[in-house]
Structures are given as C-alpha cells and as structure tokens.
Design a binder for this molecule. Structure first.
Ligand code: CMP
Length: 140
C-alpha cells in the first residue's frame, strides 16, 4: 500500500547541517517528499504534538529540546512508507540503533536522536494533519 508518514528532522540534525544527507536516505529508499518546511516550534505546539507523552518523565526535556532550534518537517510518501521510514531511522536510542541507520549515524542521545517518524497509520494521519492540514493524508 502507498502510505504517507510524517518525518521530523530534529534540531540536532538541522544544526549539524545534515538535512540533505537524511533526505537523500529517504529518496534512495524510494520515499518521495510530498510536502516539507523548515519551522521553529513554539512550546505550545511541541507540547500538543507530543501530548501522548505528557505524563512521561522525559516530557519536559523532550519539549525543551524540540524547541531549541528549527526543525525540518516533511511528509514522505511511498510503498509501506511508515515502516520503511522507521527502519531507516533505527531504534529510538541511538546506542541501540542498527549500523547504517539514520540514528546510528547522526544521533547523539535518546533526546537528540536526529529524527522523528510516525509509528502507525493512525498516528501518521494525525501527525501529517498537524503540520500540513491542507494536504490529504492518504494522497487521494
Ligand atoms: P520521538 O520518536 O520523537 O518520540 C518521542 C521522543 O521522546 C523520542 O523520539 C525520544 O527522542 C524522546 N525520549 C526521551 N527519552 C525517552 C524514552 N525513555 N523513551 C522513549 N522516548 C524518549
């Protein structure tokens, strides 16, 4: 199935000047960027985007980190895009991420972990609509 998923290149990776290298990995895997922008999240936006984590002990650090600099948000489209993006990213904790994954190659810590990607079709729909309310989440 052709899917759409939300990808965020986080402030650490934007600061390292590796937006292009990360987008290249998506493209080389057959994912297409169908929407994108560089943006600075407000605290309120970051808290709303990560609301599902609001009770977790790492929530405050996560929000502080996500507003520490610009992020590059994209909608990726392709066959099995949600899982494909997750495979390209590697494990949330870069210490556990497989060799050759984006997080293994570009991330420094579980907070500064280079990228975010939607984890399931339901969250992909919500997350794509969060940043790109004007686009059809299913691409039809
Ligand atoms: P992300 O995919 O953006 O979703 C939530 C983020 O919280 C996650 O990546 C990590 O950067 C961050 N985080 C920090 N600590 C943890 C943790 N213990 N478990 C999961 N996510 C964490």
């Amino acid at each position: 199935t052709i899917e759409r998923t939300l990808s965020i290149i986080k402030p650490d990776a934007v600061a390292k000047n590796v937006i292009g290298q990360i987008v290249s990995r998506f493209e080389q895997a057959g994912l297409k960027v169908v929407a994108a922008r560089l943006t600075q999240l407000s605290r309120a936006e970051a808290e709303r985007f990560y609301a599902v984590h609001s009770a977790r002990p790492f929530f405050k650090d996560l929000v502080d980190f996500m507003i520490s600099g610009p992020v590059f948000v994209q909608v990726l489209e392709g066959e099995n895009a949600i899982l494909k993006n997750r495979d390209l990213m590697g494990a949330t904790d870069p210490k556990k991420a497989e060799k050759g994954t984006i997080r293994a190659d570009f991330a420094d810590s579980i907070d500064a972990n280079a990228v975010h990607g939607s984890d399931a079709p339901e969250t992909a729909a919500v997350e794509v609509a969060f940043f790109f309310p004007q686009i059809d989440v299913h691409g039809r």
